[in-house]
Design a protein around this ligand. Structure first.
Ligand code: MG
Length: 333
């Protein structure tokens, strides 16, 4: 089995802000397993960084099975070796599925029996910034029909009003866990008046009672992201939200991502699939699952100035899956 691990610097088109901070570049680590490729986009919020990913990848790769069909066994052995480290595991998971699809000569959506025409429209994310800067980004997002707006600054409602004044587009809001229950209720009420469709993670994951209270009283659907990492988190979220946001970097890859989709459906929840700032490798992997979900936020590769790979395309926001085998991702010439 041939393996290769390499970290690449990904400069962003614009500084990207959420309630926890702003970044101008990312260092994502790419792993190759035979002809398969995967990407890790670690997040310090979930306890990973470039150094942890680079440290654990060689160890985790020793747990990988030679047999391209043995994906479950590879995951079980990785989990026995090391808990957590889900971004590193996600990179391996993607490379394993990519290798399997390439050996079979079929794209991943076909491996799973999914209809590639049923992909979602992806939102385009407007990061947290000064109001003028957010308005500039909204204007620049002209080709995208759905905007996901990062909120959480003290003047966020005024910012949203200013954005609504210049665009009639569909809007989703992500507060990244910063509001209190009362503040969330008040702001979400006002956001409903502005035509926002739903709100993501209004308050911290640990405020379970707050979330239950808000869910009973609020007018808009609530999607939980930071509260939901893996499928076993989902049963406890019933009564706190209308849906969950899956990210491969939280779940440890497509294998657990698929389980999360089915677990959420069994609990009557909506499903969104999102991403960290990931280039076309990880975003294309996630995009192969979108025929199964309600909402997608897979624009990370658009936020990167020079994506080293190409795969999914967004055509007026609609996700177009590549039809090459496996992930269908190729290095950009
Ligand atoms: Mg989110």
């Amino acid at each position: 089995m041939k393996t290769h691990v390499e970290t690449k610097r990904l400069a962003l088109v614009d500084p990207f802000g959420i309630s926890r901070g702003t970044s101008t570049e990312k260092f994502n680590t790419f792993v190759e397993i035979d002809e398969g490729i995967g990407e890790a986009a670690p997040s310090t919020y979930y306890g990973e960084c470039r150094e942890t990913v680079e440290t654990v990848l060689p160890l985790l790769l020793e747990a990988v099975e030679e047999d391209p069909f043995a994906i479950e066994a590879s995951h079980r052995k990785m989990d026995e070796l090391l808990g957590g480290h889900t971004a590193a595991k996600a990179a391996i998971d993607m490379a394993l599925y990519d290798r399997l699809g390439k050996r079979l000569g079929i794209p991943l959506y076909q491996l799973w029996g999914l209809d590639p025409r049923r992909t979602c429209v992806s939102s385009f994310t407007i990061g947290l910034a000064e109001t003028e800067e957010m308005l500039r980004k909204v204007r620049a997002a002209e080709p995208y029909p759905v905007l996901k707006i990062k909120m959480g600054q003290p003047n966020d409602l005024e910012q949203l009003r200013a954005i609504r004044e210049i665009t009639p587009k569909r809007i989703w809001v992500d507060a990244n866990a910063v509001w209190s229950p009362q503040e969330a209720l008040y702001k979400i009420d006002a956001m409903a008046e502005l035509g926002v469709e739903f709100v993501e993670q209004p308050m911290p994951a640990k405020n379970v009672e707050g979330m239950r209270w808000l869910y009973r009283h609020t007018r808009l659907p609530i999607i939980l992201d930071e509260s939901c990492r893996v499928s076993s988190d989902i049963p406890a979220l019933v009564g706190q939200c209308d849906g969950i946001n899956i990210k491969l970097m939280k779940s440890g890859g497509l294998y657990e991502g698929l389980k999360m989709i089915h677990t959420a459906r069994a609990h009557g929840l909506k499903v969104m699939i999102g991403s960290m700032i990931e280039c076309s490798v990880a975003n294309t992997a996630a995009a192969h699952l979108t025929p199964l979900v309600d909402y997608a936020d897979l624009d990370g590769h658009v936020l990167i100035a020079e994506d080293p790979y190409q795969g999914l395309r967004l055509e007026n926001g609609k996700i177009i899956l590549p039809d090459g085998p496996g992930l269908g991702v190729t290095p950009r010439a």
